[in-house]
Design a protein around this ligand. Structure first.
Ligand SMILES: *Cc1c(COP(=O)(O)O)cnc(C)c1O
Length: 373
């Protein structure tokens, strides 16, 4: 079986974990500090604050920007639910704006129409590891005095014209096992704003700068030394992992002649292929494709089969979100964001991770091509 994801862990990670275990220092020590330093370098930012997950990173970034009840945050309906959930968890309202059909990312042309006096931030996602149009979003944010919080949970080492994602706004990354690098569970917030970093540190650790002196309330959303020790090793390997993902994706795209919609990348953008995602043209065929590929030893996944605003946790909770385009929302009650909704019916991810070999790529190509005919 060629699995859809496989964490790349080796002897170095094992040794690093054992060193932490025998040191007896398990929380908030030298490994966390070292990992933060390494990840800040990767993102070319002044500060990185390691936390317990990508969801924690999103939550703490929102809190650090003092976003809460009464505020609105513009985001995409086509992502993992954690993106919008984080907005609701701080008491703010997610405002969904439709995506671009070719990049699957937030459509900047639709953002301005969704801005109200309550809007505080834009939270775009670099979906599948493909950077969203940050230059245009930055112009809008600047014009309206909004903050950008990048959900970069799938986009470690992605960049636009050489500038890493996570350095355009406040960046949030995840190190869940399936991501481009892992710490088991884990996350990090990246920023050039030392005040934002300071507030993330306080919220991460019960509002403490010194022990038992609580400057604010806060959570325990810290990363452990064990996680950070794995992260230090994985950070070292990230560039190699990324190059393997890009090479696999390039080979897939070169050979998948009969697939009309292979991934689109803007010139100058570095797509790091957290997922390699195609569209199944006739979406009533998708289940069959999944089954046939599984029967031929190829794992696939659907990211994501349902848009966030149609999840029970949203659809069935009055006032839990707003649709950016009001005219559209009033016209059609159940088909608010058509580009995202159509994508959810058609997308299919194929294995692209660093564990996928050249032979695997050719197997995937052969079987997918056979389905196209
Ligand atoms: C994985 C992911 C998250 C959440 O990260 P966790 O570490 O699982 O909490 C958030 N947003 C996106 C886009 C993700 O892919």
């Amino acid at each position: 079986m060629i699995p859809i994801a496989r964490p790349q862990l080796g002897a170095e990670e094992e040794a690093a974990v054992l060193r932490v275990l025998s040191s007896g220092m398990l929380a908030q020590g030298t490994q966390v500090a070292l990992f933060e330093q390494r990840f800040a370098q990767i993102c070319q930012v002044r500060e990185a604050v390691a936390v317990s997950s990508g969801t924690s990173a999103l939550l703490l970034a929102l809190l650090a920007h003092e976003i809460g009840p009464g505020d609105e945050v513009i985001t995409t309906p086509f992502s993992f639910a954690a993106t919008a959930n984080a907005i609701r968890l701080v008491g703010a309202t997610p405002v969904f704006v439709d995506i671009e059909a070719d990049s699957y990312n937030l459509n900047p042309a639709l953002v301005e129409a969704a801005i109200t006096e309550r809007t505080k931030a834009i939270m775009p996602v670099h979906l599948y590891g493909n950077p969203c149009d940050l230059p245009r979003l930055q112009m809008i944010a600047l014009a309206y005095g909004l903050v950008i919080i990048e959900d970069a949970c799938q986009a470690h080492a992605a960049a636009i014209d050489g500038q890493p994602v996570g350095s355009f706004g406040t960046g949030c990354f995840s190190f869940y096992p399936t991501k481009n690098m892992t710490t088991g569970e884990g996350g990090i917030v990246t920023t050039n704003d030392t005040e934002v970093a300071e507030r993330v540190r306080l919220w991460r650790n019960h509002g403490q700068k010194e022990r038992y002196r609580h400057l604010s309330i806060g959570y325990n959303l810290r990363m452990t030394e064990l996680q950070a020790a794995i992260g230090v090793v994985q950070a070292e390997k990230l560039e190699q992992f990324t190059e393997q993902r890009i090479a696999n994706a390039t080979a897939l795209t070169r050979h998948l002649h009969d697939v009309v919609l292979t991934p689109m990348v803007h010139p100058g953008y570095r797509h790091v292929y957290h997922q390699y995602t195609i569209r199944v043209p006739k979406y009533d065929q998708r289940d069959r494709w999944v089954e046939q590929l599984r029967a031929r030893g190829i794992g696939t996944a659907i990211h994501y089969p349902c848009v966030i605003h149609q999840q029970p946790a949203y659809r069935e909770v009055e006032g839990s979100y707003r649709i950016g385009d009001m005219a559209e929302a009033q016209q059609v009650r159940d088909m608010h964001l058509p580009v995202a909704e159509e994508a959810a019916c058609q997308v299919l991810s194929l294995p692209v991770h660093p564990g996928v070999t050249r032979d695997d790529v050719m197997t995937i190509v052969r079987e997918v091509q056979a389905l196209c005919r």
